[in-house]
Design a protein around this ligand. Structure first.
Ligand code: PHE
Length: 338
């Protein structure tokens, strides 16, 4: 066997090992520098018997070439972060190290709440109706029994765009839904709504609502109460108690504010319910006969209930958020913490 062959072999083996553990610069230094292992092997040549020098030289030079090529490949792969030979080469050349994990996104808390709510109504057999955000005065107000110039329109400060309005509530879809799908109907009318409001911890000029609308031949207040209790219990994951307070909305008669017994203190009184033991949650009522007429439905044959839910408020209650601005400001630290 050629003299010095196993020395070359050893260098070759150690290079294969170092390849996976040494940083690129060190690797280069150890093998290719003036005092590196390859130079040491080449320095041996004059000490060998003359007839062996050629073969030994060839052998070492082949190894040198292999090492140079491998290191070059690593350098370009690192620059372009490409895959080489089906193997991803990491910046520090250690292919066994974990890759860098990019931060993971998550669903925005508002849409998480919305999707949870929608899932509940889906499981209860409701359909989902979509309507325009830029709405006519007719659907947003008139068909909902707000006559022109009626002071009830001031309940909701409206943003006007030319002849149209940015819908101030999802109830704007009630008459559209009945006209489109006819009755009986059992539908959720979800969407973004707009009001001219000063931004504060409780108010934002754009927010999310949905109306729940059920119209049929025998729909009564009992159905309304059952639907409310069922969906609120599912959403808050506990049995909730609801309470109706008489209230006024032109499109329902009778109209109610609906409160739930505080889901945080069970009615004992806490900071979330302001010590009252009740959380004001939504507006509800039996669909006004005038609204049914506008939708082309005979109020002598059909009756229905409707209620309107603020998705923002529901998200804030469930996830303990006390400032609505947090839902719209896109603060990644806040959103990522939920
Ligand atoms: N649209 C009303 C609001 O935005 C809520 C509501 C909906 C009340 C349906 C009664 C029935 O305040």
């Amino acid at each position: 066997m050629m003299q010095g062959a196993d020395e070359v072999e050893n260098v070759s083996k150690s290079f294969d090992e170092d390849l996976h553990s040494l940083p690129l610069e060190e690797l280069k230094n150890k093998y290719l520098s003036k005092k590196g292992l390859i130079s040491k092997l080449l320095e041996k040549i004059p000490t060998l018997p003359p007839q062996e020098r050629r073969d030994f030289g060839k052998y070492v030079n082949n190894l040198k070439k292999h090492i140079e090529e491998t290191i070059k490949e690593l350098e370009t792969a690192n620059q372009t972060n490409e895959v080489s030979g089906g193997r991803r080469i990491l910046f520090d050349n250690d292919v066994t190290l974990e890759g860098k994990k990019p931060p993971l996104g998550n669903k925005h808390i508002l849409f998480k709440a919305r999707d949870e709510l929608m899932e509940i109504f889906k499981s209860m057999g409701f359909s989902f109706f979509d309507g325009p955000e830029l709405e006519t005065d007719f659907y947003n107000f008139e068909a909902l029994n707000f006559p022109p110039y009626h002071p009830a329109r001031d309940m909701q400060d409206t943003l006007v765009v030319g002849e149209k309005v940015l819908r101030t509530h999802s109830s704007a879809m009630q008459v559209r839904a009945m006209q489109t799908w006819g009755v009986p109907i059992k539908a959720i009318l979800p969407g973004r709504v707009y009001r001219r409001e000063e931004v504060s911890a409780r108010k934002y000029p754009v927010f999310y609502q949905f109306d729940c609308l059920a119209v049929g031949k025998t729909i009564g207040v009992g159905h309304l109460k059952w639907t409310l209790e069922t969906f609120l219990s599912a959403y808050f994951e506990k049995n909730v108690t609801v309470r109706f307070r008489p209230s006024y909305f032109p499109f329902v008669e009778p109209g109610n504010e609906v409160d739930v017994k505080c889901v945080f203190c069970d009615g004992k009184g806490c900071s979330v319910c302001g010590g009252t033991g009740w959380l004001e949650i939504l507006g509800a009522g039996m669909v006004h006969p005038t609204v049914l007429e506008y939708a082309g439905v005979d109020p002598d044959q059909f009756s229905g209930f409707a209620f309107g839910v603020g998705v923002d408020r529901m998200a804030m209650l469930k996830y303990g958020i006390n400032d609505i601005r947090l839902l719209y400001e896109g603060d990644v630290n806040f959103l990522g913490s939920l």
